[in-house]
Design a protein around this ligand. Structure first.
Ligand code: DC
Length: 233
């Protein structure tokens, strides 16, 4: 079973998807982390995000794994490193690469074959899992989203002004919307949720209620499904 959560940066997707997955006993997948990990690998290998051939070579040798909410590059946990602003910037350029999108799309579908999934990103309900059982599109006002991102960066000790976060976010929004391959847009059958005024836990409850209703599982016990994902070797 697949539940997709798409939406712009700062809409609360990651926290909501993680908590929803916990409540259902599903695997949580952060596809943005995958694009970030590829960006980190490209940076380390001095590869330009527009060099398709070099990216293809890189991907053919790369071991990219997702386990227990963490992302691993050739066995190394890079979950923290991929949150640096330099990677944020590079990830959005890497996300324009058809080679990278095809590679990661394949990997995401492969993971979905092994486990029940709550997957979040930009294209999960539209391109990767058009037949997902339940789709959500989370959004919030630009100011609220930028404020959340700014707080997150502050907590990580990254010095940046709120205005700069808002400016960068505006750029990313435009780029996400204009992307030729997988532009950010809600799937026709996605449930739209504006999280501007809602605390995270209320959003999780709202989504959970929709999941139960959509699947006709009013009595569905939480945590019934098992996560069969394997640790990276
Ligand atoms: O959600 P995020 O900021 O961690 O995503 C990192 C980048 O990857 C961002 O520029 C959007 C892009 N992305 C994408 O194109 N498709 C996805 N499914 C997930 C993320």
């Amino acid at each position: 079973m697949i539940i997709t959560i798409d939406g712009p940066a700062g809409a609360g997707k990651s926290t909501v998807a993680r908590k929803l997955a916990e409540r259902l006993g599903f695997t949580y997948l952060d596809t943005g982390a995958m694009y970030r990990a590829v960006a980190l690998a490209a940076l380390r290998a001095h590869i330009s995000p527009t060099d398709e051939q070099a990216l293809a070579n890189l991907l053919s040798q790369l071991r990219l794994e997702w386990y227990n909410g963490r992302i691993f590059l050739d066995g190394e946990d890079v979950s923290e490193q991929i949150r640096q602003p330099v990677i944020t910037e590079l990830a959005r350029r890497v996300a324009d690469s058809p080679t990278v999108r095809a590679f990661l799309g394949h990997l995401q579908r492969h993971i979905a074959q092994q486990t029940n999934l709550v997957t979040e990103g930009r294209d999960q309900g539209t391109k990767i899992f058009p037949h997902a059982e339940c789709k959500f599109f989370l959004t919030a006002s630009p100011e609220v989203r930028a404020w959340r991102r700014w707080q997150e960066l502050q907590n990580r000790g990254i010095a940046i002004t709120y205005e700069e976060v808002l400016r960068q976010q505006h750029e990313r929004d435009q780029q996400d919307a204009a992307r030729a391959l997988a532009p950010l847009q809600p799937a026709a059958d996605a449930i739209l949720v504006d999280t501007s005024q809602l605390p995270i836990d209320a959003v999780v409850e709202l989504l959970l209620a929709h999941v139960r209703q959509r699947l006709g599982w009013p009595e569905y016990p939480e945590g019934i499904a098992t996560d069969r994902a394997r640790p990276p070797s």
